[in-house]
Ligand binder design. Structure first.
Ligand code: FE2
Length: 366
């Protein structure tokens, strides 16, 4: 499998994985040859990159953080609770607790999980997926911080519900939202979220984490521009910022490595230094299927990532970059390189979601 930009897909290409929306509805099945109308539909839904099967790269597999079923259930729980609140019905906080418990137990069963970006994004369910991903990534970070069961559960619930205030704001036409920030009440969403979770019966610790998730240590955040921020909110602010950069609602977004640089640049300014240090170690900057440029000018596909050396994955050679395009190698030219063993080689660039090569300005900074 390699991950390519939707712009590079031509009709006839076969999808390596089925594409579902945030509620588990199948959009396009595995192995289906893509047609022009499917491509149009995927673009309209906001899908940017898709995994496709390519000869020579069949052994590269997508990283699965948690079971897709649990993610879908988590998205559904958020949607059901927010719909009930919108309709002034009594919302059941138990379905939120159950979904959060399932995610936690899956994460605890996989202690070596990394924070990995999966580029399939769907506008319609964007916010629900962002909230669920933030919960999963926060819990992964929480385990690295040595959080006990109580703290992990509090962190998970706070991050899972962090944007519930935004979910409750009325947007005229959900398919035509240009940005969430454009809503006149956008900056009230942390406060709205805090009040809602209190009414639902969640603890004041969860409520305080939610109200502070856009605060920054240098006082540039909102709603209160406070510089004293609880630990849960500090974790959520980093994770949710990272997710919005790498999987934005609109636009191309940042690669995981670019987002990491931006967060590290703000370490000790907007974000807590100690948390950033551990966060950086947990993020997978080059998930399997990513096209990267090595210091010997060869473009490779990331195959496996060793959680202890996330910057030095095993890669398979793919081609060279000439005259602004990638010249593919023949099948018999493909070799595997373990960058943990080949210390003379480093990753110096990445092919972005539009198929354009970006060289890092400062590759050593990660
Ligand atoms: Fe938010």
């Amino acid at each position: 499998m390699i991950k390519v930009s939707l712009d590079e897909i031509v009709s006839g290409n076969e999808l390596q994985f089925p594409i579902f929306d945030g509620f588990g509805r199948l959009l396009i099945g595995k192995g289906v040859a893509i047609t022009d109308s499917m491509l149009d539909r995927l673009k309209k839904l906001g899908v940017r990159k898709v995994p496709i099967e390519e000869e020579g790269y069949e052994d590269i597999e997508e990283v699965d953080l948690v079971d897709q079923k649990s993610v879908i259930e988590a998205n559904k729980a958020l949607r059901d609770v927010s719909n009930d609140i919108k309709k002034n019905k009594i919302a059941d906080p138990e379905i939120i607790m159950d979904a959060a418990d399932k995610l936690i137990s899956e994460i605890l069963n996989k202690p070596k999980l990394s924070i990995a970006v999966n580029d399939v994004r769907i506008y319609r369910d964007y916010l629900l997926s962002h909230m669920t991903r933030t919960a999963i990534f926060s819990a992964i970070l929480g385990t690295s911080l040595g959080y006990n069961d109580y703290k992990l559960k509090t962190l998970m619930l706070s991050s899972y519900l962090h944007d519930i205030g935004l979910l409750l704001l009325e947007y005229q036409d959900e398919n035509k939202i240009v940005s969430f920030e454009g809503h006149p009440q956008y900056k009230d969403h942390p406060t709205i979220g805090r009040d809602v979770v209190r009414r639902l019966g969640f603890s004041s610790v969860v409520a305080n984490a939610i109200v502070q998730h856009h605060e920054r240590l240098d006082g540039t955040g909102f709603p209160n521009s406070t510089k004293i921020i609880n630990d849960y909110a500090q974790i959520i602010s980093i994770i949710s910022f990272f997710d919005s950069l790498t999987q934005p609602f609109v636009g191309e977004g940042y690669s995981p490595s670019e987002a990491l640089e931006l967060i590290m640049g703000n370490s000790g300014i907007m974000f807590d230094q100690d948390i950033v240090k551990i966060f950086v170690k947990k993020v997978m900057p080059y998930p399997p299927g990513t096209l990267v440029l090595l210091s010997n000018d060869i473009i490779c596909v990331v195959k496996d990532v060793n959680p202890s050396f996330v910057l030095r994955p095993t890669v398979k050679t793919y081609g060279i970059y000439e005259n602004h395009e990638i010249k593919r190698f023949e099948l018999d030219q493909i070799i595997e390189i373990d960058l943990v063993k080949e210390l003379s080689l480093t990753i110096v660039g990445q092919v972005n979601s539009k198929g354009v090569l970006k060289r890092f300005t400062n590759p050593e900074s990660l």
